[in-house]
Design a protein around this ligand. Structure first.
Ligand code: GDP
Length: 300
């Protein structure tokens, strides 16, 4: 449902700048385009997407397509939606008799562990047998956190302790999941190693090892991205995508950030499905990404 999106995203730069524009009855002129440009840049939509959006609106304004400023703002809203509709593709977890392997990646602090817990709860509530793999062997706390979560929620967690080989944990987990008729295996991975190259190599190795058991695994490489990091998120995704081939995104912490416009930049540059949006810390705040609800919440 759409409930909650608007109240959670109220603090966004979008809601503030565009709220003013929509309600003050501005004139249809270059100054309006300037204000829109500033608002888009402020919300971290990015220079490229902003330039395209504003140029498109200017062309139509000059061709006298808009009766008034309101019509132009509605066109902007339509264009923002058009950017997001193609990426609002929900995750479909096949039920085909073998474990669906969901490999979660992303740098530390973005909300990866929290997201794994929320996803696991979602699958558990759907009654789907699931298992977790504690693949962030670089951080002792990450393994402990996942194990504690598993104990609290009655979900098996495969772990080998700190400094174990992450690929070996993933291999063990997929073997165990296959033997136990598990439907969903969620594998955590490190968000930081001694070097960035080391991290990318480790993620590549995890993928290759999983494929020894099931050539079609991982079925989803889900990258968790912190929506408050703005344009940084774009360069993070570029790097992970080049290294492991990201097939889906979770954009977290969209509640209360001024930089949520980065969602448009990500959609425009990569076209990778945005599976979920984090709009708060409670389990139910991990929402299936809904383009209409998101744009509705940003613009009046
Ligand atoms: P990790 O290092 O990537 O595993 O990050 P954590 O899962 O430990 O999360 C870091 C912090 O972000 C925690 O305090 C989470 O509660 C918080 N967090 C995660 N997702 C969201 C979200 O959608 N909204 C808000 N406001 N906080 C979030």
């Amino acid at each position: 449902g759409k409930r909650g999106w608007r109240e959670r995203l109220r603090g966004s730069a979008f809601a503030r700048s565009f709220g003013g524009l929509f309600y003050t009855n501005p004139k249809l002129d270059e100054d309006l385009l300037d204000q829109i440009e500033t608002a888009l840049i402020t919300a971290d939509v990015g220079v490229a997407a902003t330039t395209e959006l504003v140029a498109g609106l200017r062309k139509r304004m000059n061709a006298r397509e808009f009766a008034d400023a309101h019509a132009l703002l509605l066109a902007l809203r339509e264009q923002l939606l058009a950017l997001l509709r193609p990426v609002a593709v929900p995750l479909r977890v096949a039920r085909d008799g073998k474990p669906f392997v969901l490999l979660t990646v992303g740098v530390n602090g973005v909300g990866k562990t929290t997201t794994i817990g929320k996803l696991a709860k979602r699958f558990k509530d759907e009654g789907r047998p699931l298992m977790l793999a504690a693949g962030d062997t670089f951080r002792a706390a990450a393994v402990a956190q996942l194990q504690a979560w598993g104990e609290r929620n009655g979900v098996a967690v495969i772990a080998q302790g700190q400094n174990a080989d992450a690929a070996s944990v993933a291999f063990d987990a997929l073997q165990a999941a296959t033997a136990r008729n598990i439907e969903v295996l969620i594998a955590d991975t490190a968000g930081r190693l001694h070097t960035q190259q080391g991290l990318m190599a480790e993620l590549g190795k995890i993928k290759r090892v999983l494929q020894k058991i099931d050539p079609s695994a991982p079925h989803e490489v889900l990258m968790v991205i912190d929506g408050t990091t703005g344009q940084n998120a774009v360069s993070q995704l570029r790097q992970f995508h080049a290294a492991v081939g990201v097939t889906g995104l979770v954009v977290t912490k969209l509640d209360g950030t001024a930089k949520g416009g980065v969602v448009f930049a990500l959609a425009r540059e990569f076209g990778i499905p945005i599976r979920f949006a984090g709009i708060g810390e409670r389990p139910e705040d991990l929402r299936v990404f809904d383009a209409e609800a998101f744009v509705d919440a940003l613009l009046p």
